[in-house]
Design a protein around this ligand. Structure first.
Ligand SMILES: *[C@@H]1O[C@H](CO)[C@@H](O)[C@H](O)[C@H]1NC(C)=O
Ligand SMILES: *[C@@H]1O[C@H](CO)[C@@H](O)[C@H](O)[C@H]1NC(C)=O
Ligand SMILES: *[C@@H]1O[C@H](CO)[C@@H](O)[C@H](O)[C@H]1NC(C)=O
Ligand SMILES: *[C@@H]1O[C@H](CO)[C@@H](O)[C@H](O)[C@H]1NC(C)=O
Ligand SMILES: *[C@@H]1O[C@H](CO)[C@@H](O)[C@H](O)[C@H]1NC(C)=O
Length: 523
């Protein structure tokens, strides 16, 4: 039902979220080329990712307080599912690190739950939360797995939302910086890669324009739900502005007090699409460029050039906050690297007529229509690995080629359809191949992380779909994990063997047995 509403919409932030990176159709395999990790530059990092609320569980254990995503899930907006238990990663982290070792990951990307480390968002550090993240980091390092930490993955402490409206208030800058400081101070001797905030572009549209994601703020006629508070025309811009200022503030602090000693790097993660004009008509070509400025330039232009794209200033007008000269200086260059979240591509059609409408939200300001792509979530979409290559070329050519990590890429399947996720392997192979081409053409990509390591709680889909290399059996009180075909495939790649897109992996007999057992059980 959730998905239907979104389908009916003008366009959906859903498209911005990972739930739409669907399985590839089997005919769409991009090529048959095999490659190995030795085709990538030395030091190129391969890993896999999860996030705190999606994997940890233990939601009200050991002093953790609710985040806005807890509230959202408990209100029933995720098909009744919650992250209360999720994969129980809070208790099973050792077992999970062992699986990472068996898989052969170089690195693991996870996020810290702000309200576990600092309950209520501000004030004293929770010793149990501190201990958990210390344990996890130490366990990773003990096995030679590099931690890549995201500080904020959509899970604002509910108390800060209640107190002053979270990201729409300038007060967030101070609280976020204080939280970041605790992380740098406590974990920075062992963590070298910090991403401050995940996907501000998606988060702002879902949470403050369309109201489909927490904190569910919006205003008529734009929200998909009845919104009692918010302002779809201005708050998304305000939220991203405060996010950029928060990022810059944390980065400034890191550079001043920690970076020299800890030798780490600080970045921010942005959601990316490949975009193609629907036709070769000039207005569609211009519209495709404009969509990049709105969807990506909104976040990345300030980081690289110190200001929003010109076309945004023009179309959004006074609703787009302005950087003071000092803010502009602090935001510009505040990211040592950019984390890219990439799943899919979209066709763009001009809709300049929407600029005649009042009031306008982000979508009407962008003045394009998304087209040529089924987001129903039920049918398959073709692989579009060219989209990732395009994004990487864009960073190289338009954004001065900063170091980038692909922090999420992967394919969705129904949660417990089969362990033989050959479609996921085709997808990952095709996208890794596109990345390899881009790297060979000069892209400054430094690493690649699949989403997700385990079948986690998906933020908008709960336990209905999955992206994991490991199936987590929710019917088993012990939540046992089972490797899927893609875990074996990725493992083979990580161990240096050459891999293609097809079935050239024999699952070990034990796993074959398990697999047919599971397959029977879930049909
Ligand atoms: C939204 O509000 C209208 C009018 O109050 C009501 O009829 C409708 O059921 C509400 N819809 C939802 C999804 O709450
Ligand atoms: C939303 O914000 C804009 C710009 O500040 C303002 O003009 C408009 O009246 C607000 N709309 C609502 C519904 O509050
Ligand atoms: C646009 O032009 C290019 C190059 O001439 C061509 O390859 C492509 O098929 C055209 N696309 C459309 C949608 O007509
Ligand atoms: C490779 O890089 C060059 C120089 O930046 C660029 O002009 C060209 O379009 C790139 N090739 C591809 C296939 O993206
Ligand atoms: C399949 O997944 C659902 C959650 O979406 C779960 O309730 C169900 O028990 C699972 N079935 C099997 C056989 O694993």
């Amino acid at each position: 039902m959730f998905r239907r509403r979104v389908m009916d919409s003008r366009w959906a932030v859903i498209v911005l979220l990972r739930c739409c990176a669907l399985m590839a159709s089997s005919s769409a395999a991009a090529d048959d080329e095999s490659f190995s990790r030795y085709d990538f530059p030395p030091g190129f990092v391969f890993g896999s990712a999860t996030s705190a609320y999606q994997v940890e569980g233990a939601a009200d254990e050991d002093g953790r307080t609710p985040s806005i995503w807890d509230t959202f899930a408990h209100a029933g907006y995720v098909h009744g599912a919650t992250g209360d238990v999720a994969c129980d990663g809070y208790h099973k982290y050792k077992e999970d690190v062992q699986l990472m070792v068996e898989t052969g990951l170089d690195a693991y990307r996870f996020s810290i739950s702000w309200s576990r480390l600092i309950p209520y968002g501000r004030g004293p550090v929770n010793p149990k939360g501190l201990q958990y993240y210390n344990n996890l980091i130490n366990e990773l390092l003990k096995h030679g797995i590099q931690p890549h930490v995201t500080l904020y993955n959509f899970d604002l402490p509910q108390d800060l939302e209640d107190e002053y409206g979270g990201w729409v208030s300038r007060k967030i800058v101070k609280d976020f910086t204080a939280y970041a400081e605790v992380c740098f101070r406590e974990f920075g001797d062992r963590v070298q890669y910090w991403a401050t905030i995940n996907e501000p572009n998606v988060f702002a549209i879902g949470g403050y324009d369309q109201g489909i994601a927490p904190p569910m703020r919006c205003s008529p006629p734009f929200g998909f739900r009845n919104c009692s508070n918010g302002n779809s025309t201005s708050e998304p811009y305000l939220a991203v502005h405060n996010i950029l200022l928060s990022h810059a503030s944390a980065a400034k602090l890191y550079r001043k007090n920690f970076q020299t000693k800890q030798q780490g790097f600080i970045g921010i993660n942005v959601y990316t699409f490949g975009t193609l004009p629907l036709t070769n008509a000039t207005e569609d070509v211009v519209a495709a460029k404009r969509s990049n400025d709105f969807l990506l330039g909104w976040v990345v232009d300030p980081l690289v050039f110190g200001d929003y794209p010109q076309i945004m200033k023009k179309n959004v007008g006074a609703r787009l906050p302005k950087f003071t000269p000092l803010q502009s200086k602090e935001v510009k260059g505040s990211a040592d690297f950019i984390g890219l979240i990439h799943y899919t591509s979209i066709y763009i059609k001009d809709k300049s007529s929407s600029l005649n409408m009042e009031p306008r939200d982000f979508n009407l300001d962008m003045a394009v229509e998304f087209s040529g792509w089924d987001i129903s979530g039920s049918s398959e979409v073709p692989l579009m690995p060219w989209g990732l290559a395009q994004v990487l070329e864009m960073f190289k050519q338009d954004y001065r080629n900063p170091p980038v990590f692909i922090y999420e890429n992967g394919a969705r399947t129904p949660r417990n359809a089969t362990l033989h996720d050959t479609g996921r392997v085709k997808y990952i192979h095709a996208y890794m191949g596109a990345m390899l081409d881009a790297v060979r053409n000069g892209s400054n990509t430094r690493g690649y992380f699949t989403w997700s390591f385990l079948d986690v709680f998906e933020l908008l889909d709960g336990y209905g779909s999955s992206f994991g290399h490991y199936y987590v059996d929710l019917d088993d009180p012990d939540l046992r994990r089972y490797p899927k075909y893609s875990a074996h495939w990725y493992s083979k790649f990580l161990r240096g063997e050459s891999v293609g897109p097809n079935g050239d992996i024999k699952m070990m007999s034990k796993h074959n047995l398990l697999d047919s057992h599971r397959a029977r059980a879930v049909q």
